[in-house]
Design a protein around this ligand. Sequence first.
Ligand code: AKG
Ligand code: FE2
Length: 235
Amino acid sequence: MDNDGHLVYPGLLTSSAQDKLTQSLEHIHSLDVIEGHEPNRFSAEYDSYLEEIITHPQMLDLVVKVLGKEVRYDHCVSLNRPGGNSGIGWHSHGYAEDNPNLGFVRIFFYVNGFKMDDGGLKVVPGSHLFRDARIQARSDADLKTGWMVNKHHPITGQPLSIDQLSVLPGTVILVWTHAAHAVTPRRESSGTRWTVVYAYRNPGKPSGARWISPEYEKKHLLDSTSPLKDFITLY
Ligand SMILES: O=C(O)CCC(=O)C(=O)O
Ligand SMILES: [Fe+2]
């Protein structure tokens, strides 16, 4: 995770979790968009199964392994991509550029997986180490001749390169928020790629992506009997 900027757990989600997640994501997809309360951006507030995952013991165990004990929940966004979806160009996200001790991790649940040329995630190993919140390019060629030019992996010394992933259904992928990433278009003939992302961070700086409604913020996600309550403050 720290060398590459991402970590893939192939087929980690059980088939029952995959089924429930698909139902939840179909539900989110079917809801009307209300200005300021877009269901896809506030997915956990619209679906109790998606909400339960924020504090699932295995999820928090994973988050604590990556970020340490001081963690905050940041957002839960559905990233469903129907056939014909255009994907997204190269970009990174920002958080605490001036303090490498503050981490921000995105945990993607690729419920029905993807192929590299069909709604597939692309990454640049080592790119997260530059902590650059402004990486942007429309194509692989633009990234190679632009941001990547003359850059080497700060740990291995190798020239940076693009990794095109293909993953099984039920795959979970962790990505440090500053990593360069992009998504290939979904083929017209393919069904919807069902995906949800959970983001967590170390507290210390304001987060630009913190899609939590003021009402939801008042809700106690960990009940008073949870052993995790003593060391995790989710908000
Ligand atoms: O849809 C995806 O696979 C990734 C979307 C993305 O770039 C993000 O959520 O940060
Ligand atoms: Fe992104």
